[in-house]
Design a protein around this ligand. Sequence first.
Ligand SMILES: *Cc1c(COP(=O)(O)O)cnc(C)c1O
Length: 393
Amino acid sequence: MANSLPNRPLPYGRQFISEADVAAVVASLHADYLTQGPTVGEFEQQFAKYVGAKYAVAVSNGTAALHLCALALNVQPGQRVITTPITFSASANCVRYCGGEVHFADIDPETGLIDLAKVQALLEAHPKGYFTGLIPVDFAGLAVNLEQVRQLADAHGLWIIEDACHAPGGFFVDSQGQEQRCGNGRFAELAIFSFHPVKHIACGEGGMITTNDERLFHHLLRLRTHGITRDPADLVREPDGGWYMEMQELGYNYRLPDLNCALGLSQLARADEGLARRRQLAEQYDAAFANLPGLTVLAPGRPGHAYHLYVVQVADRKGLYDFLKTKQIFAQVHYIPVHRMPYYEGLGWREGDFPLAEEYYAHCLSIPLFPTLTDEEQAYVVACIKEFVSVEG
Ligand SMILES: *Cc1c(COP(=O)(O)O)cnc(C)c1O
């Protein structure tokens, strides 16, 4: 099929819904609870186990997860938090929801991740207490070295929220040679995940927070449901009946329904399978693009990479994007740097502030990578890209 159009359009990512997933959702519709039934807790437990954390809190989406984390860490107006410019805006927005100020450190162009040397320089250029937190992102599925982030954070009195939306099942290797799974809570206070359909695990919409901190865990449970508690141990007044509950602080309705958790739980059972297929496809892309003039692969061959995205860089990115579209291949750009968004420019950030992120953005393209992409479809994508690069080259 090398150059004829594929049987279906090929997006950069898509969900994989199996018959078992459908059956799990249908069964949940027949169960007693549509919203807060037993599947929520089961999904939380299984997910915590999957990433190696003590606690997990299911929430309505990844953005809500970030918002609750910022609230639980008590982000206040004027507090300054550092994140990467190459991420989805939500990583930064959670700080703004609480009135905090977002700052950025430029990326390491080899990995696309926040450059920890730049974070350190930024921290050292200001008095202690100037910044309050760090939000590193496991961009594309490549884990940030959180052991090193923790050292920086401890030296400057900062908390860490790991945005692990791209990296369930990913890991980095620590200084002892141990694999440290994304979201395992060993180094960051909190980690967050998204179950949007393009991510590894689909819930429709959905998100998860993981932590090893029992106090934060209990606080997140309360914030997730309006700031309300029924737990006798937490009540500040004497109950006057069986209905009694207290709204103790301003919370939200960020719950994830049973229905979505049933899908998530069923998907989670196949997470390792999907991850293995993502890694296999990435390896095949790496081999196909090795030594191809005019094209660079972002961070090939890294252990622990969870491959939410497979990113290539070319001189004429718009040309490649448009060309692939004519071939029914719908590549995508991840990301327009957050500081270049009109909203963040309105807060004072400018073009030229983070030149490596901007240079990366000018050339990056995420090409199709998802578990149901067949070898034939992948060969077609490779052939089309080679055709473009050889003409441009
Ligand atoms: C998807 C994503 C989010 C937001 O998750 P939603 O579930 O879409 O709200 C946050 N950060 C990153 C890095 C993401 O990729």
